[in-house]
Design a binder for this molecule. Structure first.
Ligand SMILES: *[C@@H]1O[C@H](CO)[C@@H](O)[C@H](O)[C@H]1NC(C)=O
Ligand SMILES: *[C@@H]1O[C@H](CO)[C@@H](O)[C@H](O)[C@H]1NC(C)=O
Ligand SMILES: *[C@@H]1O[C@H](CO)[C@@H](O)[C@H](O)[C@H]1NC(C)=O
Length: 496
């Protein structure tokens, strides 16, 4: 005998057609997108040693529209690597003393900064993990602290600020229009003791205003204070950021262009909203954005996120990571998103010995890259690149959420936080993710004239596959969302 509830269940299954998943794009804009990017740490040191044709290829993969089409790039201004044991994480410094610079230093970082600039990346940031070693408490580039004017009669705020401002002025004079300086990346840790795994300088919350003042004064004296914005304080997580702002930010809030944060706490939606709500209340009109994250395992639906070792190049992790991007843009309504290192040697296996290992998860590697290279390249001369599914999903954001485009809220029974719509003067783009194992169809209402012209899908078996535009029925658009996929739907803003 069939239980009545089973009949009801079967009936429901037949009644779940696409029409129940309906959504509408708002006719009014939300925030304006300003950048999609990631950092040049620390792969430039390795990739600079690759053949020139290969270096050009990786630059295209990152910065050209044929590749990720990034609009933001964070160049790591080295502190000389004093005390850092891993040479690949010890970027050279220009600093030879006050006003004395060696502009031939850091050819690795400058190469890829230039590659980004010549390919039209507009949002260029210079960020420092430490002041040059001679300026820090222990004369090292890690395991030391910022020396402020309370510790020493002449604090180093002005010297450090002058250094960063003169570096940026030098490259701007070469046509590389660096727009932002972030002087203190993850200031709560010195990443010590020496020997350290990377550069880092501890800058206590009550020292941060001196750093910002020193940098702002230096920029101002060069006439750059309105051209080059100061980003701070790149706290490792949202809790640290918001609990420390009160100590330093009110003194210098007018000198900071944006409050940028990392999300290594992998916040819940409500924790993220609580951060942005309280920050917007205390510091009105000061944008916040996400400037660094990596290294999480977890599932496509976002469960199981958290910082950890482990390499997962599959669609599972790519959708998990896409969920983080949606969270910053859709839940927190921030304007800008940067991943961490973009390119990594942390595959966790030897691709020359096993051609399939790069496409399969392992526990030895790290999810700190979108593109990978063989960490043994120097001895085995393997200069190949390996793209993960994270590369292909991030390409959707890099290719279609361009600076100046405006997000439009999506509402309705079918709307989720895993979809974003943006408009430009001529296009709508809708990027939507289905992290489940069954295909669905979303019926979408667009507020004015539109014509579906193309779609692009990344799934377990497709890498940004170009497909036909959304089809129209009864005045609405049907967006097919395959199981475990991310799809972009492109519309022209004219009637078909
Ligand atoms: C560069 O990329 C092109 C296009 O993907 C490829 O055909 C070529 O082999 C690559 N060359 C190198 C040196 O990586
Ligand atoms: C944050 O603000 C939004 C919009 O005003 C509100 O809907 C949300 O409930 C707030 N969330 C928290 C955690 O304060
Ligand atoms: C190659 O890598 C795959 C996936 O990581 C693994 O399952 C397989 O055992 C490896 N093969 C060898 C010969 O090590």
């Amino acid at each position: 005998m069939i239980h009545p509830s089973s009949i009801f269940l079967v009936a429901c299954l037949f009644l779940v057609p696409s029409s129940t998943l309906a959504a509408t794009i708002s006719s009014t804009p939300a925030q304006t997108i300003t950048g999609i990017g990631g950092s040049g740490a620390w792969w430039p040191h390795d990739l600079f040693q690759f053949p020139e044709a290969t270096r050009q290829n990786i630059s295209n993969l990152l910065f050209s529209q044929d590749g990720l089409g990034l609009s933001s790039y964070r160049w790591n201004v080295g502190a000389g690597g004093v005390g850092v044991e891993n040479p690949g994480r010890a970027p050279e410094t220009f600093y030879r003393g006050a006003g004395n610079y060696d502009w031939s230093a850091d050819p690795q970082g400058v190469y890829f900064l230039t590659a980004a600039s010549t390919r039209g990346v507009t949002d260029l940031t210079a960020f420092a993990n430490s002041a040059p070693a001679p300026l820090t408490s222990g004369k090292t580039s890690c395991g030391s602290s910022f020396v402020d004017g309370k510790v020493q009669r002449f604090g180093t705020g002005n010297a450090f600020g002058t250094y960063l401002a003169e570096v940026v002025e030098h490259f701007r004079n070469q046509g590389i229009n660096i727009r932002y300086i972030s002087p203190i990346n993850e200031p709560d840790s010195d990443f010590g003791p020496v020997p350290c795994g990377q550069e880092g300088m501890k800058v206590a919350p009550n020292q941060r205003a001196e750093v910002v003042n020193g940098l702002w004064n230096a920029l101002n004296s060069k006439g750059l204070a309105n051209t080059v914005g100061i980003l701070a304080d790149e706290g490792n997580n949202l809790d640290a950021a918001s609990s420390e702002y009160g100590t330093w930010l009110p003194q210098v809030v007018s000198k900071v262009a944006a409050l940028v944060h990392h999300t290594y706490d992998f916040p819940s939606d409500s924790a993220y909203l609580s951060y942005v709500n309280s920050t917007r209340t205390s510091y009105p009109n000061k944008p916040t954005w996400m400037s660094e994250v990596c290294c999480s395992l977890g599932n496509a639906d976002g469960s199981g996120r958290g910082w950890s070792q482990g390499y997962d190049p599959t669609i599972n992790n790519a959708l998990m990571f896409s969920g983080l991007v949606f969270q910053s843009f859709v839940v927190a309504q921030e304007p800008h998103y940067d991943f961490w290192t973009l390119v990594s040697g942390g595959i966790g296996c030897a691709p020359q010995n096993n051609a399939t290992c790069v496409s399969n998860p392992n526990t030895n590697g790290w999810n700190d890259g979108l593109i990978y290279y063989d960490s043994q390249y120097a001895s085995n001369r393997n200069f190949q690149f390996y793209t993960t599914k994270r590369f292909w999903t991030y390409k959707h954001f890099g290719n279609f959420l361009k600076p100046g485009s405006q997000r439009r809220a999506i509402t309705g029974t079918g709307a989720t936080n895993n979809m974003i719509a943006v408009s430009t003067s001529t296009k709508y783009f809708v990027i939507a993710m289905n992290p489940t194992n069954s295909a669905t169809t979303l019926t979408l209402t667009v507020p004015d004239n539109a014509c579906g012209v193309a779609s692009y899908r990344t799934s377990g078996s497709e890498d940004f596959a170009k497909l036909g535009g959304a089809s129209k029925s009864g005045g609405n658009w049907n967006l097919g969302l395959n199981a475990m996929s991310l799809t972009t739907f492109e519309f022209n803003r004219v009637a078909c």
